[in-house]
Design a protein around this ligand. Sequence first.
Ligand SMILES: [Zn+2]
Length: 446
Amino acid sequence: MTGFRHSDAGTAEVVWQPFLDAAPTVHFGDLPHVQRALVVAPHPDDESLGAGGVIASWSAAKVEVDVVVCSDGESARPGASAAARRHLAQRRADEVGAAVDALSARAPVQLQRWGLPDGRLERCGVELRERLAPLVAAADVVVAPWPGDGHPDHEAVGLAARGAVAVSNTPAPLLEYPIWAWHWATPELLAGDTVIGVPLSPSAQRAKAAAIACHESQHGGDDPILPPAVQAHFRRSEEFFVVDDRTLGTLTPLPRSSPEFFEHLYRSTPSGDPWDFDVSDAEQARYDAVEQTLGTRRFRRAIEIGCATGELTRRLAAHAAQVVAVDSSASALRVAAATCRDVGGVELRQGHAPDCFRSDDVDADLVVLSEVGYYFSADTLADLVRELADRSAPGCIFVAAHWTGSSPDHVLDADTTHSVIASALGWTHRSSGAVGAHRIDVWEQP
Ligand SMILES: [Zn+2]
């Protein structure tokens, strides 16, 4: 026990950022054959705070997820009367039920509430381990609190989960989530542990936020258990887990922005669409805006770099006789082939631009670079843009569209991406606009 209080100033989220940015990335595809996941939480809210994003992702992928909440969290307020504790237990039971519903997508998440005594779980270590063992044995991946979290209940449940993994001799990875350590610990204190980041899709992030919002008893009122500075640790675009060497050996963390990174990202997202391109309103608005910049002009030959799942490709095919759409990920292109199966004139090509271009890829009169420029270094991006310019015809339109938010996966931000493109092209700037959190610029070859 570290003696922290929820109302302490704690470690600001910004202090964690460099540490988190350096953490290796692991995708769901690195967790082979996940059909059943077990998530263990000491109290109602730990499941949403620590693992809401991966729960939502698994549910969306039709993975069976069992969530075990060991106590009803009745002792969150020391000194409360017995009646008040009973009332709080019921309230938190309702809240965790709603939270699990919020995390359920394609497969309903199964909730078990064990009702063990909140604040005294360390006395229940043997019972916890024995009850968890068969659930652990049936799971392909186990998610539990990190025993180093500094809260006795979290330590007890984390150690019981480790014990259950050990006695069942399962090969399943064990992902351990810190909760309170983000508040009281520092990056230096976690430097000796292996921490991995699991990127969350926008829909998983939304589901997690909705689930956390269900735990009103913990973040409402004058003295919230989860004040805003603590909640800030749980709005990340990734979830971070402590792993031991055994689990690390079952995973293949990848450096960010490598071609393998993207291939894994697609392979590991069961829907084949890591960014929810097909259903996200923001993405659809971006496609609408790109189409609007094209107007009624009919293009001869379009080149699209980073076509991903082909959503924009399909739309571009309505404006151009021929679309050459390039992506480095074979998995993405399989989805793109399905997306574009009913439109003509689309050639999907796997490779890294500009190496993948052929000698007859010339006279393009439309080039589209959407949501991809910021994965390159400035020099590489400038080289690519000059190569595209060399393959274009007079009057060619170059459209760039990029999200202006920040992501640990991006090498450049949107503004820098667009200024690199502008100076590498040296063309006439036609228009600049914003759609939601996306910036769209259009240049024309003079
Ligand atoms: Zn807790």
